[in-house]
Design a protein around this ligand. Structure first.
Ligand SMILES: N[C@@H](CCOP(=O)(O)O)C(=O)O
Length: 411
């Protein structure tokens, strides 16, 4: 396996784990698709949709040839991740305002978030290299996913979670999977800095998105979405932006599909940040070449509470390649959009709803045309943050749209 620095182009052989280049740039794996018969692969991917109880039944490992061809099947740590629903509820489409909208419900993954797509790849690779101890910095979804896969393979998980700003549901889920939870005063960004400096010394395999194998697994999200839509992607892919790993993985997956001829053109990408944690949006809006980190990010969409997203350079490249845009939305916009997604029967956590809120704003500002079509990636499950649900529906949230449906009755 080979990796290349996304900034200076230096190449590395990946016989051991490496997260960054000597220049400090992030790495990406180089896949060699020469000799791949795309039509034959498409048929194979369609056939695997009917598999059950084999590693290739997973919505990640279905695409193994494009993700980690060298990993033996026995090395895979998998729980049937992927295979999530793609829905088109009319209420959400009319709320967003575009002609056709699909919601990719990534919260239906085994640990309840999109992180499972990447984590099955990272933990499988770590196990293949002989690691038993895994680590991450997290706002809660990465930690739950890492803890689940580490437990499945009989390994240890050490997770670094900021104190006070992470949904308790996620912390409890992580603890329940058996992880050692290290809480600290600070943000996700501090945890990443700590692991970048200490993981090697401590013998820890890092499952964050600075790990290029995580990104390889995560790119299957767009493979699966494209396959769900018979390889006809809509005009726009809209997704929330925190650490921006989902944007870099989306970009890599789109490049693969285009290069292989699976899709005839690249859709445009819209990245939505929460106003209180929007360093990437501010950089793009200003046309700046460097990201200025936010020292104290703050949003109710806790998964987006990130001031220094490690993948910002990769994400900027994706926007350049896809003629993409960014937008920031308020917490109020996010929670109102979430109430609409929840009431449609699909449901999601607050950070995911940022995608719908952002789409609505982009349509109302004419940046996305009303006649265009979009997929919103809903990154996490409604039950990931029940405090947000309670505050909105029972605590007189920003616009207690549905609160009047809660009756207290005497029977
Ligand atoms: N919201 C994320 C932040 C971590 O991002 P990662 O892409 O580095 O794993 C979380 O759930 O922890």
């Amino acid at each position: 396996m080979k990796a290349r620095c996304t900034e200076c182009g230096t190449r590395y052989s990946m016989d051991s784990i490496r997260y960054e280049c000597r220049c400090g740039g992030l790495l990406e794996l180089v896949q060699d698709f020469r000799g791949v018969d795309a039509e034959q692969l498409k048929r194979e991917f369609a056939k695997r949709l009917g598999e059950r109880h084999t590693p290739l039944a997973s919505g990640v490992w279905r695409y193994k040839e494009l993700i980690a061809p060298e990993l033996p099947l026995e090395a895979l740590v998998t729980k049937g991740e992927g295979n999530t629903g793609l829905y088109s509820p009319p209420a959400v489409t009319s709320y967003a305002g575009c002609r056709r909208l699909w919601l990719k419900a990534l919260g239906e993954n085994p640990s309840g978030s999109f992180k499972d797509h990447g984590m099955t790849a990272a933990v499988s690779h770590g196990r293949f290299l002989g690691f038993r101890r895994f680590a991450c910095s997290s706002t809660g979804n990465t930690s739950s996913s890492l803890a689940m896969y580490a437990a499945l393979m009989g390994g240890e998980a050490h997770v670094y979670v900021p104190e006070g700003t992470v949904s308790e549901n996620k912390v409890l889920q992580t603890l329940a999977y058996g992880a050692v939870v290290h809480r600290f005063a600070g943000t996700y960004d501090d945890g990443i800095r700590f692991l970048r400096e200490q993981a090697g010394e401590l013998g820890l395999y890092v499952g964050n998105s600075v790990n290029p194998f995580r990104i390889e697994g995560q790119k299957s999200i767009i493979y699966e979405t494209a396959q769900d839509l018979s390889w006809q992607l809509p005009d726009w892919i809209v997704l929330p932006g925190g650490a921006l790993s989902n944007v870099s993985a989306l970009g890599k997956g789109l490049r693969d599909l285009y290069e292989l001829g699976f899709i005839p053109r690249l859709p445009r990408v819209a990245v939505v940040q929460a106003e209180g944690a929007s360093p990437f949006h501010r950089m793009m809006e200003a046309g700046a070449a460097e990201l200025v980190p936010e020292p104290a990010p703050s949003t109710r969409a806790s998964a987006l509470n990130i001031g220094h997203p490690p993948s910002w350079r990769k994400a900027a490249l994706v926007l350049q390649e896809t003629k993409g845009v960014t937008v920031a939305v308020t917490d109020e916009d996010i929670l109102n959009a979430k109430a609409v997604v929840d009431a449609s029967g699909v449901g999601c956590e607050p950070a995911s709803a940022a995608a719908v809120a952002g789409l609505r704003r982009l349509v109302s500002h004419g940046i996305i045309d009303r006649e265009e079509t979009a997929v919103c990636l809903l990154t996490g499950h409604l039950l990931k943050d029940t405090d947000a649900v309670g505050a909105y529906h029972l605590g007189g949230g920003p616009e207690a749209l549905y609160a009047n449906k809660m009756n207290r009755v005497r029977l």
